[in-house]
Design a protein around this ligand. Structure first.
Ligand code: UTP
Length: 297
């Protein structure tokens, strides 16, 4: 049976404090990797995975994000007149069809689980994807598409997973594995941000999920978890306790944590070096910087 997932939730209502002061007036999701905002990478990945309905959970101060996906007729006319075809195509690729994007508000940042819950009416009674724009994943086949393919076989809940250093488990939701099948693992528990000595494994959850409607129902209970926030991890863990399937999926690709400054800088370097029009000049520059660093030591 083919299991079609056509809706994706993008929780973008966080405060983005790690990027202050920039995020005082600019949403974190508009910060730019080379020449495209983070949100564009997330949307492109969702489209590649067959998503048709895009649900944004936003908050105060995020209007730049809403405007970003509108057509820009004046700009398009001006580029057309000047014959700047490549730029015009790049611009048009960002337009979303009328009605394809819906926005709901999260009044207060009460946690990722709460943000996803805010989308419940638009998601309805069907399985849905969640994409965290902070996690940018460079991959030959986009990560969510890999997960969709796995989900077609397994059904249930599938979360993206990645091995992390043991001393970093306290930054992630961590999986307790009951069966390791290679790319897929069957999960028997999930712990939010455990200390290294309490972590059941070093397989961490990354910001891509395919979830059943039951997870949304679990969020309805609005139980506070770690940090006083309503955690998505807890709502998924409840499914495991109820005996329903939850899988971790080791995706193929390189993930960058663009919610942190160090991760964002690493992504900028990697994406810059991957661009044919920038590669040579940028690589030369980086080489010079490294040489100067070595000389100074
Ligand atoms: P983060 O934990 O990275 O929080 O949220 P944040 O507010 O974005 O950033 P910092 O830590 O203050 O720098 C992970 C994802 O969950 C969303 C965020 O927008 C981000 O995409 N989120 C988090 C919400 O939408 N609502 C919340 O209440 C919390």
């Amino acid at each position: 049976m083919k299991r079609q997932v056509t809706k994706a939730v993008f929780p973008v209502a966080g405060l983005g404090t790690r990027f202050l002061p920039a995020t005082k007036s600019i949403p974190k999701e508009i910060l730019t990797l080379v020449d495209r905002p983070l949100i564009q990478y997330a949307i492109d990945e969702a489209r590649a995975a067959g998503i048709k309905e895009f649900i944004f959970v936003t908050s105060r101060g995020k209007s730049a994000l809403e405007d970003y996906f509108d057509d820009a007729p004046e700009l398009e006319t001006s580029l057309r007149k000047k014959g700047k075809t490549e730029l015009l195509e790049a611009l048009k690729a960002t337009n979303m069809d009328s009605g394809a994007i819906a926005y709901v508000r999260q009044n207060r940042p009460m946690g990722l689980g709460h943000a996803v819950w805010c989308a419940r009416k638009l998601v309805g009674d069907e399985s849905f994807a969640v994409i965290l724009t902070d996690d940018v994943i460079a991959a030959e086949k986009p990560c969510l598409q890999q997960m969709m393919e796995a989900h077609e076989e397994t059904g249930g809940n599938v979360v993206a997973a990645m091995e992390v250093p043991h001393d970093k488990t306290s930054s992630y939701g961590v999986l307790d594995i009951s069966e390791d099948m290679g790319a897929l693992v069957r999960v028997k528990g999930m712990v939010e941000k455990p200390k290294a000595e309490e972590a059941p494994s070093n397989l961490a959850v990354i910001g891509r999920y395919i979830l059943t409607p039951k997870v949304m129902q679990n969020l309805n209970k609005k139980k506070e978890g770690a940090g006083g926030e309503i955690q998505l991890t807890d709502a998924i863990a409840e499914e495991i306790e109820a005996g329903n399937p939850v899988y971790g999926f080791r995706f193929r690709g390189q993930r960058y944590d663009c919610g942190s400054k160090a991760g964002f800088l690493q992504a900028t370097v990697a994406f810059g070096l991957a661009r044919p029009d920038l590669r040579d000049e940028f690589a030369d520059f980086l080489g010079d910087v490294m040489a100067m660093r070595t000389a100074a030591q």
